[in-house]
Design a protein around this ligand. Structure first.
Ligand code: CU
Length: 394
């Protein structure tokens, strides 16, 4: 209803404006210049407007850098991140330099050579030398940027298998993530969505012995300074694994495995203590405190105070709760990591537990009738909905 009212008000305002402009035209004196051709006065006004516009652009650019520069990400927390940031910085610096000069010249010339009654434009067909210069300079600069970018790209994307990276699967589904560590053998067991059933949420193949020691977790822990190779798998639609603090992103595509590897260099604790993060957390908490005052006044529950953690996010709009798709990442020392991983149950033991549980419940079900299922209270298995998705892999 509000939208409808706003549209009506806007339409009425437009009609009013149009009517007022007509009144102005009618009320003009008869000897006024009604020609559609621009005169010297018009040209001067437009020349000044051209200059004013480029000055406005420069002012707003400087303001944005000044005001919003603090929203840049902090120093990269991965080994390749530095290379990535340098490439980004050089590209942006070059673009900024060229655009500031060319935009300035463009608008200045529009002002300087504005139309005058007494002046006639010079007919200047072409100049081979000039054209050669303004073609060859961008060609050299762009070729340099592209070659530099390609080298950086292959540096980042080519995983050095000699470094013996730790293999971790990241599994995306609507709307969450799971991580699967490959265990002692550093080899992931085969998986396929057709095997999804009960606690086997990722569809790991029970008959594959490599899968037995795999560990499936809801929180991603990484040892600092150790290369990790992620294998991405999607259960349903296209997702995108996005690690902003590690300068990494990879599409997660149903039916295929994509991969990306990096080496984390800054632990969660170190990042929390960095000057950048201390300031950021402080300002977030100040805002939350302000908000809490309002919430308290309204008798609503207040917000917790914020503490920094790395996050893995989904960067593809994959459905209604896409914004909710995030997984905490903890970068820690190798000892802490090993201690944590030690505590996680293996896939083999989880399946054993399920099998013995179901045997128990089968035994009790035959005694106690009716069971939950017959009452229709049990939720349908997720596997029913996804088993049709073909996700062959090895
Ligand atoms: Cu997603």
């Amino acid at each position: 209803m509000t939208v409808f009212l706003v549209i009506i008000v806007l339409a009425l305002l437009a009609v009013t404006g149009w009517q007022i402009s007509k009144i102005f035209q009618l009320s003009k004196r008869h000897d006024a210049d009604t020609s559609q051709v621009a005169n010297d006065k018009d040209n001067k006004l437009h020349g000044i407007l051209m200059l004013a516009f480029v000055i406005f652009l420069y002012v707003i650019t400087i303001f944005c850098f000044w005001e919003y520069g603090r929203f840049y990400l902090p120093e990269s927390a991965s080994e390749h991140g530095g290379e990535y940031d340098t490439l980004m910085f050089i590209s942006i610096a070059l673009i900024m330099f060229v655009q500031i000069i060319t935009q300035g010249l463009l608008h200045y010339f529009a002002y300087k050579y504005k139309g005058k009654k007494t002046q006639k434009a010079l007919f200047y067909a072409d100049n081979d030398k000039l054209e050669f210069i303004w073609t060859i300079i961008p060609v050299i600069v762009l070729a340099g940027l592209i070659i530099y970018g390609l080298f950086t790209w292959s540096d980042i994307m080519n995983i050095n298998e000699d470094e013996d990276p730790m293999i971790v699967e990241l599994y995306a589904y609507q709307f969450d993530w799971r991580a699967r560590y490959s265990g002692e053998d550093n080899t992931l067991g085969k998986a396929n969505v057709r095997f999804i059933e009960g606690v086997n949420q990722l569809g790991v193949d029970e008959s594959d012995s490599y899968g037995e020691d795999d560990k499936i977790v809801t929180e991603l822990h990484l040892p600092v300074g150790k290369p990790v190779l992620f294998k991405f798998r999607s259960q349903d639609v296209l997702h995108s694994a996005y690690f902003p603090f590690f300068r990494a992103q990879m599409n997660v595509v149903p039916g295929m495995i994509t991969q990306f590897g990096f080496t984390p260099t800054i632990t969660s604790e170190e990042m929390r203590e960095s000057e950048y993060m201390v300031d950021k957390v402080k300002s977030v908490n100040e805002e939350r405190n302000e908000r809490n005052k309002e919430l308290l006044a309204n008798g609503e529950p207040t917000l917790d105070s914020y503490e920094f953690d790395y996050f893995l996010l989904c960067n593809k709009i994959c459905g209604q709760a896409h914004y909710n798709m995030q997984m905490k990442i903890i970068v820690e020392s190798e000892e802490d990591f090993n201690a944590w991983l030690e505590e996680q149950p293996t896939f083999g033991s989880t399946m054993e537990d399920q099998n013995s549980d179901s045997e128990d419940s089968e035994a009790t079900e035959s005694e106690e009738v009716p069971s939950e299922q017959e009452n229709g209270t049990e939720e349908p298995q997720e596997s029913d909905a996804v088993a049709v998705v073909d996700n062959e892999q090895n």
